[in-house]
Design a protein. Sequence first.
Length: 202
Amino acid sequence: MVSAMISKVLVFLRKECGRFWRASLETIPGEIGCWLRNAVYGFSASPGCRVLRGVTVYHPDGLRLDRNVGIAKGCQLNARGQIHIGQDTLLGPNCVIWSQDHVFSDLDIPIRSQGYQRSEIVIEADCWLASGVTVLRGVHLGRGCVVAAGAVVNQSFPDFSIIGGVPARVLGTRNPMPENPSEEANESVSEVQDQDTLPQRQ
């Protein structure tokens, strides 16, 4: 009985010490702060990553950052369900990346007692999330996506999408236009005419 209580107290103290340690790391400015957070905060960071002061990561063991990821001040990431951010991706100030949410299906049980749903979030290489973007569990953002400020992303999007709104939707694409659109259009029309025979008037 006593040994079980001591064991629980030790586990509690270890968790609390970890929280104090990470909170202190969050306050250190400059390149030294970035280096320390990459080295000892608890997440996996490849070379060139810059996690700025004031970023909070919950369950950091579930976060993986590829090369040259930049995360601005005020961002919060909950990696309980795993988060993977691809190389050269940028997160603007105050973004929220949340890989779990509450279960709320049972009306007879308080929401706080119903547990969580968790799914991995993947943000591929060379994306830019502007200020205040929220990304919810299970989302997969393709390579090169741009997300407008304040968007709430609750579904996945393909490569090079330009996304915005609440909930987020496709506003455009970064895919390059053909060099000569009129030529391409003429070729398409010719192909259709070759395939289809127009009916003759009687």
